[in-house]
Design a protein around this ligand. Sequence first.
Ligand SMILES: *Cc1c(COP(=O)(O)O)cnc(C)c1O
Length: 398
Amino acid sequence: MIRPTVARVDLQAIESNLRAIAAFLLGPRSPVAPPPPPGGDGEASPEPAPHSTRAAAGPRIIGVVKANAYGHGAREVGLALERAGAAVLACADIEEGIALRDAGVRAPILVFGALGISDLDGLFTHTLTPTISTPSAAAALQQAAARHATVLRCHLKIDTGMNRLGFRHDNLARTIPEVASSRNLAIDAVYTHFATADDPDGDMFAVQRERFERACAEVSALGIRPASRHAANSAALLRDERVWYDFVRPGLLLYGIVPPPLASTLRLRPALSLHSRIVHVKGMRPGEGTGYGLKTVVDRPATIAVVPAGYADGLDRRLAGAGAMLVRGRRAPIVGSVCMDMTTIDVTGMDVYPGDEVVIVGEQDGASIGMREMSAAIGTIPYELLCRVGTRIERLYD
Ligand SMILES: *Cc1c(COP(=O)(O)O)cnc(C)c1O
């Protein structure tokens, strides 16, 4: 028996989104349908392709599967992306990388996050590629790699203005030489991350791009000559082909969502939909309220349906009075209060019965409610809502 509230994850949508992005990366000038990028058919190559191959195929894709693949399930999504030709997968920390390896992922796995000093063994036992973000991380990795008598492949991160992780772009002459002289570290790539890629009006995006290119030149002058550069998250890759470099790092786009407020003509399919079933239908008399605080008081006879999904499942309390769910192809407003395990919707005038399907996010009979709409209704971003789809909700993979 599974609970009535489930998340359906369409892995083929994710694979097709990856291919759509790969086709887009071949550029508008390409007249022919794109071949799958190198590394397809599950034949993941641990080595970066030679430069000529990259140029012919467009930049390669680092599929971002951190935070349980944005709530979609890292194991299943990781394998699907590998099948579809992602060159590399990226996750937040070593534990996530180990989970991907345990699932059978063979592609290179880049760990984005800052590393603790003490828990580095997983990098070696599970062949993960860490990000070096600070001089002290470089020193700790060098020591660990020497202890393991191996050369550790790493990516080096430059902070070009976001002021989060990475070596400051304006201090490289002081920090890079030690990394360059670390005999047990092989720097495969240099990368940065944009703070404002989703803000079409600001100028920081261009500033960061210029700083990154200068930093790459400086790193190279200081003795590190990585084979690749990468910078673009979903928004950046949509915006500016000058930041495609050798790899791009889409997350949200792979899951079929364009980062707001951007628009795109890419043919993407949202991969995750949320479904439930009505467990109870009841009438309310004029003057009565529903839910905690009785915040919704009706002035006419109303019909309320109870949906067995609440904030413990990831539904935000602010959806009460702001959001809707689909029943029988129509929007039923969320009323009363989103409770821990239940939500009430107003189905007045609709022919609704216990057992009827409710779509919380997704499509039903031609109507749809997307994560972008839902997040806009409550003032957050689709990323947050995807990650909050509760662990209690079973993921069903199609
Ligand atoms: C999460 C993340 C991405 C992907 O971001 P999207 O906006 O989902 O495309 C890319 N790079 C880094 C470093 C990230 O942390």
